[in-house]
Design a protein around this ligand. Sequence first.
Ligand SMILES: *Cc1c(COP(=O)(O)O)cnc(C)c1O
Length: 425
Amino acid sequence: MKPNIDDLAIFGGIPAFPEPLHVGRPNLGDRERLFERINDMLDRRWLSNNGPYVQEFEQRISDFIGVKHCIAMCNGTVALEIAIRSLELKGEVILPSFTFVATAHALQWQEITPVFCDIDPKTHTIDPCRIAQMVTPRTTGIIGVHLWGRPCDIESLEEIAANRHLKLLFDAAHGFGCSYKGRMLGSFGNAEVFSFHPTKFFNTCEGGAIATNDDALAGKIRLMKNFGFSGYDNVIYIGTNGKMNELSALMGLTNLESLDAFVAANHENYKTYQRELAGLNGVSLIKYDQNEKCNYQYILLEIDETDTQVTRDQIIDILRAENVLARRYFFPGCHRMEPYRSFFPNAGLMLSETERLVKRVLSLPTGTAVGPDEIHKICKIIQIVLAHGSEARERLSGSVVNNVVKPATIDRKPREQKLMAPVNC
Ligand SMILES: *Cc1c(COP(=O)(O)O)cnc(C)c1O
């Protein structure tokens, strides 16, 4: 192991891991069962169009969540687009900027203006107290994002949506297997959208789903994801191709059988990180509500650079040199990505908490591909870096490291003053 700072790979030492360690390597269920199902699918020659595996998958998911309808889709982004369209959202829709860019793109793709709202720094989810000031006569809905699988303040959002006659949609891409006040995510608002992309802890290769208790909405979504077909030759609605195929569905069914094992692995990893990082100054590990069901799929650290001395980005560079591919989810915030950056160059003024948080967070590897040994090593690296915080910062700021000139990245500007105080809360 690395007893001192000179042994870090970024300063010329040997990387702690010979192979890259990714934040989210796919969790895989039982291979035998998977191949059995693939053979069965091939024997049947039914590969798509609401096949038996898709039907079974939808049933299993809706039973698991306790929601009336689950409509499986080809991916989470198309599911979001279809959910948005089926709810007849238009004009402006309020959502957090601190999310994966697909949440905003799904709106802009249909020429609906995403209006970015700040987050509550304690939960990282949309701050209900700030929604009122974002509402205009053009506003038609709110999209809450259950970031990291931690539910939004759903009750407050439901109240605001009801009072202002707005539709309420949830991007639950991170929220599969998590609960809010004892009820599984997937059954709140007008509808909720899941992603089953391989970076999520439960995957169908590519895939997603819309969950809703609204019968009419579910019917509409079923039409929309299949070109508007209502039986052979009869198109009764505008639609697209959002169907999940059989291969994805049987992958999902197989992975569902290992869901408890995936969650248990994530939870164990979380507890190991918690132990190994305890007491480190300037580093705080994400907290999950122990009274709720949780998938523990993100190991998120918040770095306070005044305590660590070394910057968040320098810690990431150090980890990457060790082959630990830590990520800055979701940097720099949707409002700083195109086309939104050009549309709303001053959006950041209303997003002080988002702007602060995107500079602080760091995501570490977890899932079934890592265990206590890897985590121990990763945390050891972090401990060594923090024990020599200012030295590491000096050596990485504007100096030549591994023949690459690194720019000084530390940002010591005073905190931007809040322009808008929360109201009505
Ligand atoms: C992954 C993700 C999506 C998109 O899902 P895909 O299945 O990759 O299209 C949407 N929103 C959030 C918050 C995500 O993390």
